[in-house]
Design a binder for this molecule. Sequence first.
Ligand SMILES: Nc1ncnc2c1ncn2[C@@H]1O[C@H](COP(=O)(O)OP(=O)(O)OP(=O)(O)O)[C@@H](O)[C@H]1O
Ligand SMILES: [Mg+2]
Length: 331
Amino acid sequence: MRLRSGVAVDLGTVNSLVHVRGRGVVLDEPSTIALYRHTDQPPLVGERAEELMRKEPVDIDVLHPLREGVITELDAAATMLQTFLRRARFRTSVLGPRAVICVPSGASFIERRALVAAASFHRPRLAVRLLDEPVAAAIGAGAEPQGTDGVLIVDVGGGTTEAAIVLGAHMVRVHSLRVGGNAMDEAIVQAVKAELGLHIGLRAAEHLKKSLGLTGGASGSAQVAGIDLARGTVREEQVRGPLVASALEHVVAPIIESVQELLWEMPPDLADGVIRRKVQLAGGGALLPGLASRLRDSTGVTTVVVEKPLRAVVRGAATMLEHHYELLPPM
Ligand SMILES: Nc1ncnc2c1ncn2[C@@H]1O[C@H](COP(=O)(O)OP(=O)(O)OP(=O)(O)O)[C@@H](O)[C@H]1O
Ligand SMILES: [Mg+2]
């Protein structure tokens, strides 16, 4: 082990990623925990909990301890995070161990404290610094932590969407929406129910979102199974692209609007750099078919999906941990 150990964490609503100093991203798992209801068996965490959730066992509670990017179940979140740190084989060194944990920019002081508490649980010597997710995403997309050019970053996650103008390691303007990929899945469930009389699960809705998105994908339709609401029987249905696109509109329209507003509010001196660097699209939602071109058409600014958009935030946090830790203020 190095003299000083360090860890960078993106504890997302849907996915958690852990980077350990000197070893890179060593863990990428769903932010899910399963608790046994009647026994004191240890909980299942991450991939194992997610597997179990699909089977819906009656004696187990499956939780997502974060909602809309912030911790809503402190004990469960602390257990999940500590399990991930152990699984990533992160050990606190004798010399001041460090952690950089990402947090949505809209998180309150109490929500931030909850995150620090979850990370320091059983690790009192760990020095935890919080990093706003839009800054992490911008640095993960290649911006310099001490750079002087503005970057417009849009991070569409599972529970939140954050659009921000970032300058170095600072946010200049930010718009935070508590909707993202999960809200898209829910909108598709509702639309399929209303239009086709079919009750589908969130997993099927996510499949429709990824394969059809705003454009209808390559084939223009996709098959899902669900429960026929009139007959109570299982039915398969070919769902067409326009149904999914119009359901997604409820979530995509506010995202586009918040980017447009951000451009209005942009300090004029940063305009040049922002336009040169293009709109950078990160988070899992960046992969939604048609979102980048829709953003480009509505804003008039070229939009690019950053490399491995699901990893942009943890990449940026890792850069701060390894090279610019002192730029981050203590909580
Ligand atoms: N190809 C794709 N098309 C559309 N959406 C996708 C695709 N791949 C992943 N997603 C969605 O991305 C979301 C997860 O993204 P991400 O891991 O960035 O979120 P998170 O960081 O956990 O959440 P948050 O930042 O809101 O706390 C999920 O809703 C998932 O369905
Ligand atoms: Mg995220």
